[in-house]
Design a protein around this ligand. Sequence first.
Ligand code: NAP
Length: 287
Amino acid sequence: MASAPFEGTIPHAARKAAVLGDPVSHSRSPALHGFWLAEHGIDGAYVPLRVEAGRLPKALQTLQAQGFAGCNLTIPHKEAALPLMDALDDAARAIGAVNTVVFKDGQMFGRNTDAEGFMENLREGVGGEAPLAPFLECVLILGAGGAARAAIHGLLEAGARKVILVNRSLSRAQNLAREFGPRLQAAAWEDLPEFLPTATLVANATSLGMQGQPELVLPWSSLPRAALVTDMVYAPLETELLRRARALGCRTIDGLGMLLHQARPGFEAWFGLRPAVTPALRAAVLA
Ligand code: NAP
């Protein structure tokens, strides 16, 4: 008999969802969905399942057959899922990755909620759409990987006028700029002293500053005090970028909110209500 395509326990509950990844034990998604399930008294379960690269098609079919409502995808499955879906939303198509799958009427719908999570975190941090608008005049993004793609999609949808992409590998930033169009400009890391002073919003979408990774180093004195500064890295919550920016007088927004906000659409699709991002949720996920 063929072995199960995942490692983990299938729960008994009226509504079920999961996160599939490898590794998956570090994922904070079970804590945050578990918080919402308990908060709303829903007869539901959300479980981490370890699925090796290459076993995603079988794992998705198995979950669908077991009556799951859907799942989140993390490394290494986000891009591999694209051709497996019956339909994709605009964000998944533009970003080139699926982080949320909804099973409905025998079909698999692939969505990407990272752009929405990124933008909602910014809106919440400054107090809404209108206060955010001035910060979207000239956005500087550090990085050109999956997180940067999500941020770019969200920013362009929200009307950002100009987005400067700065990446260690310049060619990756140039490719993204070509792909996403005329509001984007690619720049080399060495050019930061020229571009940083023009930024109204600075977003770190590299893994620099994450626990176990090298620190992000910027020409700090070029960071404009009027800029809004956000970091997608949330472990640690207080990164060197945020600490430095705050010391200079900038407004800052940490990366945990993005993680929490990107989870809301999936929860709503699987469990039937749109949950809130609250201080209690932040505390539970940090714990
Ligand atoms: P990725 O696709 O692997 O991209 C990594 C990026 O970091 C690339 O631009 C890479 O530059 C850059 N980088 C890595 N090491 C570097 C170094 N030593 N010096 C300079 N640049 C370096 O990863 P990702 O999925 O985009 O994730 C990036 C970060 O965002 C991670 O920390 C992740 O945890 C975080 N994230 C957070 C959320 C959230 O909800 N808060 C969501 C998604 C991602 P090269 O192109 O030159 O390699």
